[in-house]
Design a protein around this ligand. Structure first.
Ligand SMILES: Nc1ncnc2c1ncn2[C@@H]1O[C@H](COP(=O)(O)OP(=O)(O)OP(=O)(O)O)[C@@H](O)[C@H]1O
Length: 266
């Protein structure tokens, strides 16, 4: 789905991504983890066209997208959910959803149909349609942001720390909603500070360090590695059983809702 080859990119002050190779398979949830400053968010910015690689290639289903503008990347089928203030606070949930479909605004029937589909999957979008986004809780806003990102039926969604600032109950909602995105056929690439949460949610994991990929494997395999435990979980003991059952949708509890963020920072 996405292939990054030898990508070198940064912000003017120097290169953050130092020849990064990364691939994301279609239909998966892939989670990037790693220490602060490793360049995780920079990977998402390079894919979404907010920054342009100085060297290397980024391909979506074989077609080069590096150097494309953010609008061109959206048109190619990749939508990023911003880390902060993704919704217009003074607009209603419905108007925020309509803005998500701005690019297809002339195809009113398609837009209406798509929003109706998303209201089925994410009921909050219908229940709070007339409410200003500012009146929603942090977790509810996140779900509306997810739904809005899906209006254009993207092939891939980029999530930058989707649980940042959320309590465990809201994080559980994010967990379930991310799985729902995937179940709708969207490939998800996410960055998550909470390593256990992110790897339990994802099917594949990527560990970054200093602008490069250190490890890439199934998240189950990563969670089972003793060196991962040492790197991220502050002990050499293996982490809790990664195969434990997933939470029921909407249950608000379970392994994906680890309220402890002690492993959030290295
Ligand atoms: N807009 C920017 N301008 C200049 N430097 C930046 C910018 N954004 C990030 N950086 C720098 O790039 C490096 C990598 O940042 P990035 O946000 O990708 O890291 P990260 O792995 O996502 O970690 P974090 O969890 O701290 O966000 C850091 O040293 C950061 O200071």
């Amino acid at each position: 789905m996405i292939e990054m080859h030898s990508v070198v990119a940064g912000y003017g002050g120097g290169d953050v991504l130092q020849g990064l190779d990364l691939s994301v398979r279609p239909g998966t949830i892939t989670c990037i983890v790693g220490p602060n400053g490793a360049g995780k968010s920079t990977v998402l910015r390079a894919i979404s066209g907010q920054i342009h690689p100085r060297e290397g290639e980024i391909r979506l289903a074989g077609a080069a997208i590096h150097g494309h503008s953010p609008a061109a990347v959206i048109s190619a089928g990749i939508v990023q959910v911003p880390q902060h203030n993704g919704l217009f606070a003074d607009l209603t949930v419905r108007d925020n959803m309509l803005l998500g479909g701005y690019l297809i605004r002339r195809d009113k029937a398609r837009l209406r149909r798509r929003i109706a589909e998303l209201e089925e999957v994410f009921p909050i979008v219908r229940e709070r349609a007339d409410e200003k986004a500012a009146n929603l809780s942090g977790g509810q806003r996140r779900i509306v942001e997810f739904a809005r990102a899906l209006v254009l039926e993207p092939r891939m969604v980029l999530l930058d720390e989707p649980t940042l600032g959320l309590d465990p109950k809201a994080s559980a909602l994010v967990f379930d909603s991310t799985r729902m995105m995937r179940d709708l056929g969207t490939t998800v690439l996410m960055v998550e500070q909470n390593v256990r949460f992110g790897l339990r949610l994802a099917s594949h994991g990527v560990v970054m360090e200093r602008g490069r990929v250190l490890l890439a494997d199934s998240s189950e395999a990563l969670l089972a590695r003793p060196d991962m435990a040492a790197m991220f979980f502050g002990s050499s003991a293996p982490p809790a059983d990664p195969a434990e059952p997933e939470p029921e949708p909407g249950s608000g509890t379970g392994p994906g809702t680890d309220p402890q963020r002690e492993d959030a920072h290295l």
